[in-house]
Ligand binder design. Structure first.
Ligand code: ADP
Ligand code: MG
Length: 353
C-alpha cells in the first residue's frame, strides 16, 4: 500500500513502463523480467549466483544537482564493479528508486545513463520498486560465476604480488576539481569521478589467476586493508610503483597531498594478488612494455548477445596491470617511499565515523 502517491502527473506504473521497460529479456539467465510480483532467474549448470547491493543517497554519495545521466551510469557502475571484483559476469539488476517528485526530464536522462551501461554488458533490468521520499537510489546486481571460482577477499597469501588495473587517484582528483582545485585539463578526471568504468573484463580474466581481489571504491589503503584483514596478512606498497596519471602527479606537486591516490575513493579499479609463480607466467606473455603485465581479455562467447568488452583505455587487446607491492605475513599496511618503509594507517571513507 502506498500512503503517498509517488507521482503528480504520471502514475507509478506508467512511470515504470515509460522509463524502465525498454528491454526484451536477453540474458540467458533471465526467465521473467519486469511486470510480475517477482522476476525469475535460472542458473546454468555449474554456476553460482553472486549478489550485491549498493545505495546512493543525495548529499551523501552525490551532490544535489548531479547530472542525472551520469548518476544513472554511476549507480549501475558501482554495483557492477562489485560483481567484477568477484570475477562474476553480470546478468541482471533490480532498481529501487525513491524520488521526491516525478521530473520527466530527470527520469529520461537517468534511465538513459543507467540502461546504456546495462546494454553494454547485456544486463537485464528485471524489477524494482518506486516510492516517494528523499532521493535515494538502490540497485541489487546479480552475476554468474563458475562454482568455487569466485575471487574472495580472504585468499591472499604471503609472497603474493599486489596488482592494480588502470590508474589510481583520477576519480579523487575529479572530486578535488569539483571542490575548487584548478586543473588545466579536468575532462578525464571528471569522467573518472562521474562515469567510472566497471572492470568486468578484468574480473572475468582474473578467475583462475588471482588469489584475492577487491574493487577500489573507498580508497586503495582502506580497500586493500579489507583483503589484509580477511586474509590475516599484511602488505608493503611501493609508492614509486603506483600508476598515477600526469594530472594526479601535477596535483601532488601543486598541493603536497601525496597520500590522496591512496585514500581517495571512487576509482573502481581492481586490486588483486597473484602468486609469484602465476605472475611469472603472465609476465612472460607480456607484449607491452608500458605495464607489468597485460591480462588477455576473456572470451566473450556464451555470455549473451551484445556483451561488449571494455574499450580498454590504451591497450585494446589487453587489460593493463601494474605491480604495486607485495603481501607479507606481518599484519598491517606499510608504504615504501623515499627509501624508507613506514606504516600507512589511513582508512578509506567510512559512514558513521
Ligand atoms: P509489487 O507492488 O507487487 O511489489 P510494484 O507495483 O512495486 O509491484 O511493481 C510492479 C512491477 O514493476 C514489478 O515487476 C516490479 O519489480 C517492477 N518495478 C517497480 N519499480 C521499478 C523500477 N524502478 N525499475 C524497474 N522495475 C520496477
Ligand atoms: Mg513493489
Amino acid at each position: 500500500m502506498n500512503i503517498e502517491p509517488v507521482s503528480q502527473s504520471l502514475s507509478e506504473f506508467s512511470l515504470i513502463r515509460r522509463f524502465f521497460t525498454r528491454q526484451t529479456v536477453k540474458n540467458i539467465s533471465t526467465r521473467l523480467g519486469i511486470g510480475d510480483d517477482c522476476a525469475l532467474l535460472s542458473l546454468p549448470e555449474g554456476y553460482e549466483l553472486a549478489v550485491t547491493t549498493d545505495t546512493m543517497v543525495e548529499n551523501v554519495h552525490f551532490f544535489s544537482g548531479t547530472d542525472p545521466e551520469q548518476l544513472g551510469h554511476k549507480l549501475l557502475a558501482v554495483n557492477l564493479s562489485d560483481l567484477a571484483s568477484m570475477g562474476a559476469k553480470p546478468v541482471s539488476v533490480t532498481l529501487a528508486l525513491t524520488l521526491p517528485n516525478v521530473d520527466e526530464n530527470w527520469l529520461t536522462a537517468f534511465s538513459k545513463g543507467f540502461l546504456s551501461l546495462a546494454e553494454r554488458y547485456s544486463v537485464d533490468l528485471i524489477g524494482g520498486d518506486t516510492t516517494s521520499g528523499p532521493l535515494t537510489l538502490t540497485v541489487q546486481a546479480m552475476g554468474l560465476v563458475q562454482k568455487g571460482k569466485a575471487l574472495l577477499r580472504s585468499s591472499a597469501k604471503p609472497g603474493d604480488f599486489i596488482y592494480l588495473t588502470g590508474s589510481l587517484g583520477d576519480a579523487g582528483l575529479g572530486l578535488k576539481i569539483i571542490q575548487g582545485y584548478y586543473c588545466d585539463d579536468p575532462q578525464a578526471a571528471h569522467k573518472r569521478f562521474n562515469q567510472p568504468d566497471p572492470q568486468i573484463d578484468a574480473g572475468l580474466a582474473l578467475t583462475g589467476i588471482a588469489n584475492a581481489c577487491i574493487d577500489v571504491s573507498d580508497g586503495l589503503a582502506g580497500d586493500l586493508g579489507h583483503i589484509l584483514e580477511q586474509s590475516n596478512v599484511g602488505a608493503c606498497l611501493d609508492w614509486d610503483a603506483l600508476p598515477l596519471s600526469d594530472a594526479v602527479l601535477t596535483y601532488i606537486k601543486d598541493t603536497g597531498d601525496w597520500s590522496m591516490p591512496l585514500t581517495a575513493g571512487d576509482d573502481y579499479e581492481l586490486c588483486f594478488t597473484v602468486s609469484p609463480e602465476k605472475a611469472a607466467q603472465l609476465t612472460s606473455l607480456n607484449t607491452d612494455t608500458d605495464c607489468d603485465f597485460c591480462l588477455p581479455l576473456p572470451p566473450g562467447e556464451g555470455w549473451g548477445e551484445g556483451f561488449q568488452k571494455n574499450a580498454n583505455r590504451d591497450c585494446p587487446q589487453h587489460i593493463k596491470c601494474t605491480k604495486i607491492g607485495v603481501i607479507e605475513s606481518t599484519p598491517g599496511l606499510r608504504l615504501r617511499k623515499s627509501g624508507t618503509i613506514q606504516p600507512f594507517n589511513s582508512k578509506g571513507y567510512e559512514h558513521f565515523s
